[in-house]
Design a protein around this ligand. Sequence first.
Ligand code: SF4
Ligand code: SF4
Length: 478
Amino acid sequence: VTIGTKDEAGGARPDRASPFSAAPEQDLLYSQTADGSRKWIDPIVMRGRFWKIRVGLGWVMIGLFVALPQLTIAGKPGVFLDLARRQFTFFGVTFHPTDNLVLLAFGAVTIVTGFVVTALFGRLWCGYGCPHPIYLEFVFRPIERFLEGKPAAMRRRNKGPWTAGRAARKGAKWAIFVLISLLLSMTFVSYFVGWDALWFGLLHDPGSNKGALFAWLAISLLVFFNFVYFRDQMCTVACPYGRLQTVLYDPNTIIVGYDAKRGEPRKKKPAPGDPAGDCIDCGLCVRTCPTGMDIRRGLQMECIGCAQCIEACDKIMLKVGRPPGLIRYTSLRELETGESRFLRFRVFIYGALFLVALGALTNLIISREVADIEVLRGGREPYRLLSGGDVANILRIRVTNREQKKQSFTVKLLKPKGQLVVSQSPFSVPGGKIATLDVVARVNVGQFKRGQASAVFMVQSDAGFELKEEFVLLGPYN
Ligand code: SF4
Ligand code: SF4
């Protein structure tokens, strides 16, 4: 699959003289001029069936984004990524660094899901699920249009002098954008700090919460810059995920495509008897595109699969009495041969990988114990020789309590024969917390072979948890 070639539509390049032609003289981004400066894109909106689906899904995503850190599930936030304490809560379940396998499996499921969805449906995520287009198209641009009018009126005003009216419109727009950026950023930071802690900290003692305050203001600035200026460049220049997705395409992947066989040769007003395709070269598909691209030049990197060009062209086709679908969801293979294969080898491979990753994740979550322990070396020396021929290993036993309620733990040394000196027994750990117990394992020097003795610790809790953990004790090299 060649993506990014600008003249895939059977050599039918758009009319350079057309006012709607965004095609550059060289192979450049549509939002870029030959001297590298920015070409501003103000798309017009086509409110068809796909737009309605996108709006609905977009507001569900916005609702989830705002609600998740504020929801309380099983006494915990819906999502809370507590980096400071290295605890990650999802829907009432808290994961700790000791759950690294669960986090690894979760990462694998996410990545392979991306593979499957992209191989089947192309940039479905970009068009329907990504927060960037969602906020740009359904929050920021509607406000801009409300205050500054339709793209043509806005362009006209922007080219003119600064009048009181223009300043008032811009000022009101930027003020609202600042406010939304602050709210958006605060919601984002609350995923890492906690909603209550963030509000409480910022309102009551901002001086002691400088980190959160700085993160909030810095992210607000980035959000504001992105939605006021950067906009489509995020999708076409900055987003690595967009690039990665195009690598996963194959000729059967569902894309938004222009049927060049049917559309070409495009003619605005063909003379009688003049061979002409269905495209009347109205340019509406280009004017509605949020990345400013011309879909008639074939599949290109800039296409985020938003389907606005489909809505535009269908409208035109119905107006001129031709069947809709000149631009449609299709595949490169279907455009070429009229046939397409939905299920294919790579989809089965990705599907199998997905099932393996999901199975592993499910198994790891189901089989999670109510606690976890880690035995770590403590002290500065590997061991200490005691009088009477004993060897002391200073250790730390880190206990993760995954229960919501407090658990009391006891630790025993099962093997080798020796004594375990514990700083506290039983040892209480509050619900959802990690605590460390200092212990000294005292074992006779005769137990060591080549400087090592394999030990087994048993940790039990009053909640019925029991775990045996193997560990190598260090001693003199006999
Ligand atoms: S070409 Fe069509 S589907 Fe692709 S980004 Fe532009 S309007 Fe959206
Ligand atoms: S909207 Fe349809 S008819 Fe108009 S230029 Fe685009 S492809 Fe051609």
